[in-house]
Design a protein around this ligand. Structure first.
Ligand code: PLP
Length: 480
């Protein structure tokens, strides 16, 4: 049935009540049981930031001449983050809606600089992307019609090897990507070496510190060693930093930084070629609320370096407790766990099953299929937050119980999985699998574990096609 706009107005209480009802199946964001989606400071006082959010909700940051507070707030936020990342007064940037927007506009800047330099007859610009880099870079390549050059990482550390970057660079390379840290395993790429290679080749180097930008600087200061990765490394051109992760600001806040405004220039969009007002946009959006910006400014000022240091201490303590607990239960960290996000796997029991059992007990971790082709094991991913410092012992206790109960359980083989989902006898047949993945009564819809186990063995094109179908069907105007 097609849902229509109600003919009549509805009392506000009813609207609120119905909304509340809609949230009943959402995972609970309070209580420290989420190890993904949310970076929880555990600080009650930060709830007051919600008032600031509401106060700035209807200011339109599109026009900072009409709302000069937005320009001032944005320049101050960018300067605070830029200086934290060892930038000088030339470092500049902008506030955006999230990591994806920061990445999209930085890649656009690099592409447009490349195209300008090369003039007419320029080749299709290439973007060198390590497989561990966030999918936002491949999305940017698709949106911006660039050619992604995917490179493998070390099978031991899961970090980029500088020589692989050197070999991937050509005279068509517009930009090279590295991560500090990468999301799946939490490792920091050897940015100093990569930057040397990028400089020698006069290629733009972007460091994605979406998740790390507001925890790495404080780790260093509390004695957790961190490799150099920020503007202190010559050759780093731009850095993306999410505030809505370890910055503990409301969702919809990130910063993109550039070494100088000659680079940032390529990010901007202006248009005076229509009958309306001359339009100038910083990033993807035009009309946008000042609320995330004002709230971010407030959190940064409220916490200050002191606040972030205290939160970093709790995050590290949480991480250390959890790493100690899981390794003593026989699990294995994938890669290095050199930051506060990491992944673990098991060589003897089914890690997807562990994830499902944890979920039954109210804990939520990200399941990572890994890739049999790339030799990356399936794993459970978690980002530790300050709030986990207190709940870590409970988590380990539950994990211990689960581990005991699963002792004899081994991962299924591909043959077994294929039989269970009714997709033949181990032969990967694309169309058949898409049918199974997208049919409503498929066992895969009921058993997400089975789905992830299967994904692990499938060529990514098949998984992508199937997911596209699923999403295309899920968002629909036909509702009960
Ligand atoms: C979260 C994240 C992104 C994307 O950011 P969004 O805010 O989700 O758009 C990019 N890179 C890394 C490493 C991330 O952790």
């Amino acid at each position: 049935m097609l849902r229509r706009l109600p003919a009549k107005s509805e009392p506000m209480e009813n609207v609120f009540a119905r909304l509340e009802e809609y949230t009943k199946d959402d995972i609970k964001v309070k209580g420290g049981r989420l190890f993904t989606y949310l970076y929880d400071s555990g600080l009650e006082e930060l709830a007051r930031i919600n008032d600031i959010y509401v106060k700035f909700l209807n200011r339109n940051a599109m026009d900072y001449h009409a709302f000069p507070s937005t320009l001032r707030l944005e320049n101050e936020v960018v300067a605070m983050i830029g200086s934290l990342l060892n930038g000088d007064e030339k470092v500049t940037g902008n506030f955006t809606t999230g990591g994806t927007e920061s990445i999209l506009i930085a890649v656009k800047a690099a592409r447009d600089q490349f195209l300008e330099k090369r003039g007419s007859g320029a080749p299709t610009p290439e973007i060198v992307i390590p497989v561990t880099a966030h999918p936002a870079f491949r999305k940017a390549a698709e949106y911006l019609r660039m050619k992604p050059v995917l490179i493998p990482v070390s099978s031991q550390s899961y970090l980029v090897e500088p020589e692989t970057i050197r070999n991937a660079i050509s005279d068509k390379t517009a930009i090279v990507i590295s991560s500090a840290p990468n999301f799946p395993y939490g490792g920091i790429d050897p940015i100093e070496k990569i930057a040397e290679i990028a400089s020698e080749n006069k290629v733009w180097l972007h460091v994605d510190a979406c998740v790390g930008g507001l925890i790495l600087p404080f780790l260093d200061k509390i004695g957790v060693p961190v490799k150099k990765w920020d503007f202190s490394v010559p050759g780093v051109s731009s850095i993306s930093v999410d505030l809505h992760k370890y910055g503990y600001t409301p969702k919809g806040s990130s910063v993109i930084l550039y070494r100088n405004k000659d680079l940032r220039k390529y990010q901007l969009y202006v248009n005076a070629d229509w009958p309306g007002y001359p339009m100038s946009n910083i990033g993807v959006q035009s009309t946008k609320s000042s609320a995330p910006l004002a709230a971010s400014w407030a959190v940064l000022n409220y916490l200050g370096e002191e606040g972030y240091l205290n939160l970093a201490r709790r995050t590290v303590s949480a991480k250390e407790q959890i790493v100690k607990g899981i390794t003593s239960l026989g699990y294995r960290i994938v890669g290095e766990a050199e930051t506060t996000i990491f992944a673990f796997t098991s060589d003897s029991i089914d890690i997807f099953e562990v994830g499902a059992k944890l979920k039954e007990k109210g804990w939520f971790l990200q399941v990572q299929p890994g890739s049999s082709e790339m030799g990356m094991p399936p794993s459970l991913h978690l980002n530790s937050s300050p709030v986990h410092d207190k709940v870590a012992p409970d988590f380990i206790e539950d994990l211990s119980e689960i581990t005991e109960s699963l002792k004899s359980r081994h991962p299924r083989t591909l043959d077994q999985i294929m039989k269970e989902v009714g997709a033949g006898n181990g032969k990967i047949d694309g169309p058949k699998l898409i049918e199974v993945l997208t049919s409503e009564d498929s066992p895969l819809n009921k058993n997400k574990n089975l789905l992830y186990e299967l994904i692990r063995y499938l060529p990514s094109e098949i998984v992508e096609k199937a997911f596209l179908e699923m999403v295309n069907n899920d968002f629909s105007s036909s509702v009960e």
